[in-house]
Design a protein around this ligand. Structure first.
Ligand SMILES: [Zn+2]
Length: 103
């Protein structure tokens, strides 16, 4: 297994897992419960990680790259205040659309 993405906010890692799932790349989220467990663990190593099989690594990395290169910023859902990655047009939690799309 190889890591293709990591972020201190678990929801962001799960969103990226969804992105890969949509493209038929199986992935796994690790360190789900490590974040915030202890102040001393506040290093990149303890962030939630998205890992894929070695055989899918290059493909997964390309998809992750594409997502990260899209213009825009992370946004907070106006409905449920959930934190969403910029690549996502709708809130992962409640399904509300991106505020700018709603205008
Ligand atoms: Zn929401």
């Amino acid at each position: 297994m190889k890591q293709v993405y990591t972020h201190p906010i678990l929801a962001m890692v799960q969103q990226m897992a969804n992105v890969l799932e949509l493209r038929q790349v199986p992935s796994e989220v690790r360190n789900q419960y490590a974040a915030g467990a202890a102040g001393e663990l506040a290093f990149v190593d303890s962030w939630p990680q998205l890992v894929v099989d070695d055989i899918d690594f290059q493909r997964a990395l390309r998809f992750v790259d594409q997502e990260l290169k899209q213009t825009g910023e992370d946004w907070v859902c106006p409905e449920c205040k959930e934190y969403n990655g910029f690549a996502f047009g709708a809130c992962w939690q409640c399904g509300s659309t991106h505020p700018e799309d709603a205008i």
